[in-house]
Design a protein around this ligand. Structure first.
Ligand SMILES: Cc1cc2nc3c(=O)[nH]c(=O)nc-3n(C[C@H](O)[C@H](O)[C@H](O)COP(=O)(O)OP(=O)(O)OC[C@H]3O[C@@H](n4cnc5c(N)ncnc54)[C@H](O)[C@@H]3O)c2cc1C
Length: 465
């Protein structure tokens, strides 16, 4: 097999430069006054269990473990700081998780699991204090076979992809925050590069999860396929994922195509055709010029034009070029792996929002969907002032991000109603509640978290009959 240079072959520094996410940029939070009863006894027992060095209580560590990327939302920002860890535990193997959760249950101490803390809805903020369970030290890749790989929850998606590539395979999908953890991606994320074909992370990507409940004996259990759904995108409220087995496919020879367009209708028509290209691309994205100008300058990105980017199989290059030119676009560059595909992944999903907000103040964003976004965007762009659009092409339909000038919360929610009337679906990223499969998650949590200690404040209470 030809040697594939993949995004996973990039160094840690290159990854951080591409994804742009640096933990130290996150704002700090103020100290909470009330400590959880039983915390001292809990900490002493935890130190006996996993070692005193793994029980961390200095201010800087507590502050860092108490924030995520909720500050991307002006609505959530107004509610920050929203909670502060009282202790951070750093287990070094998934086998240590059950003992910690049994202790938390015994001492009635809240536990918020944490990967890299890059969720952007405040999912990882410990609203009721207590323990933040930092799982980044549980990063081993445990096993792999034909079509699957099993890793500890704290393993980085980039490491899992690199391991899979060494076996001639690759992940079905990974988020644009490529260096984040598999546990965090499954418990807090949705999709990314690869979702064009494989949809979200709750649609077959997860083969099996080992989950630890917060009960008296905290006995881990495994769930396969559909039975794992109550633990996916549940923010750790129904159990802590200790290990995950996820789907792989045969490794492909990817390359990155960068094109420029002058007009939205032509660019979206090309996007729609690229999505249907065979063999299927791994990712197809589109940005307006107003977003491209906020990206790091690159000859493959024209800041004065709409940018369409696709991760395609090398053998499909000629067909992809023809799609671009047939819609009046210009191919600016075809850049080989790992740089080309890695750059395209790093500019996908919520990353254009990140770049815009870094460059300019006063914006908010919404996650949008629907084919109403193709063709003429005039009505959609009229809903909010200074709207900018980023799209991701999927075989299951178009999704994307809408960024616009922030006025106030009321205007955001009025705008969401107006977008719905235009046939644009909106997922609201301005609240930290679990908002998918809520009843399934609640049902699971009744037995896995009878004392309501897992990431409390995130699972909305069941409506009273
Ligand atoms: C600029 C930007 C771009 C992004 N792009 C994408 C994208 O392309 N696709 C996407 O899906 N998301 C995206 N996100 C959101 C986020 O980065 C990803 O979902 C990421 O994979 C989360 O991983 P993490 O390790 O940072 O998890 P964290 O943020 O630490 O955790 C996320 C949630 O999962 C819970 N959790 C963490 N580990 C576990 C565990 N082992 N068991 C149970 N619960 C756990 C946490 O309590 C929290 O509720 C983006 C965010 C930003 C800021």
């Amino acid at each position: 097999m030809a040697e594939h240079r993949t995004p996973a072959a990039l160094s840690e520094e290159e990854l951080q430069r591409l994804t742009g996410l640096v933990a130290d940029e996150q704002p700090l939070v103020a100290a909470a006054d009330d400590s959880t009863p039983g915390l001292e006894e809990f900490c002493a027992a935890a130190a006996d269990l996993i070692g005193a060095e793994a029980v961390v209580r200095d201010d800087a560590s507590l502050d860092k473990a108490s924030v995520d990327w909720a500050h991307m939302s002006p609505i959530l920002s107004a509610k920050l700081p929203a909670g502060r860890a009282e202790v951070v535990l750093r287990p070094t193997s998934h086998e240590q998780i059950p003992g910690i959760l049994a202790l938390a249950h015994r001492h009635r101490v809240p536990v918020t699991a944490r990967g890299k803390g890059t969720g952007n809805y405040g999912q990882a903020i410990p609203l009721r204090g207590g323990v933040v369970l930092d799982l980044t030290g549980c990063g081993r890749i445990l096993d792999a076979g034909d079509g699957w790989i099993r890793a500890e929850a704290g393993a980085k998606m980039s490491d899992i992809e690199a391991h899979a590539r060494s076996l001639g395979q690759e992940l079905w999908m990974f988020p644009s925050t490529f260096g984040t953890t598999v546990g965090g991606f499954l418990a807090g994320g949705s999709g990314g590069t690869g979702s064009l074909l494989h949809r979200t992370n709750s649609e077959g990507f997860v083969r099996e999860l080992t989950v630890v409940p917060c009960t008296g004996n905290a006995e881990p259990f495994t769930k396969k396929g559909q039975d794992a759904l109550p633990y996916i995108h549940a923010y750790g409220t129904s159990g802590v994922i200790a290990t995950a087995t996820v789907s792989l496919q045969r490794a492909r020879d990817w390359t990155g195509l960068f094109a420029a367009f002058d007009d939205w209708a032509a660019a979206t028509a090309a996007l729609a055709d690229l999505v249907r290209l065979e063999p299927a691309p791994r990712l197809v994205s589109l940005d307006e010029a107003g977003l491209v100008e906020t990206f790091q300058p690159d000859p493959a990105l024209d800041p004065a034009a709409l940018s369409v980017r696709a991760i395609i199989e090398t053998e499909a290059e000629q067909d992809a070029r023809e799609i671009v030119t047939s819609h009046g676009g210009r191919v600016l560059e075809v850049r080989a792996a790992p740089e080309g595909p890695a750059l395209i992944s790093s500019l996908s999903f919520n990353h254009p929002t990140y770049h815009l907000m870094k460059a300019k103040d006063g914006y908010f964003h919404l996650e949008i969907s629907g084919d109403a976004l193709l063709g003429d965007p005039t009505a959609v762009k009229k809903v909010f002032p200074d709207t900018l659009l980023h799209l991701e092409g999927m075989r299951s339909g178009t999704v994307g991000m809408l960024m616009a000038r922030y006025e106030d919360e009321r205007h955001v929610y009025e705008g969401i109603t107006a977008l719905a009337a235009l046939g644009v679906g909106v997922h609201d990223p301005h609240n930290w509640f679990v908002d998918r499969r809520i009843e399934l998650v609640r049902q699971a949590a009744r037995t896995t978290d009878p004392r309501g200690l897992l990431n409390p404040g995130k699972l909305p209470a069941a409506p009273t009959p």
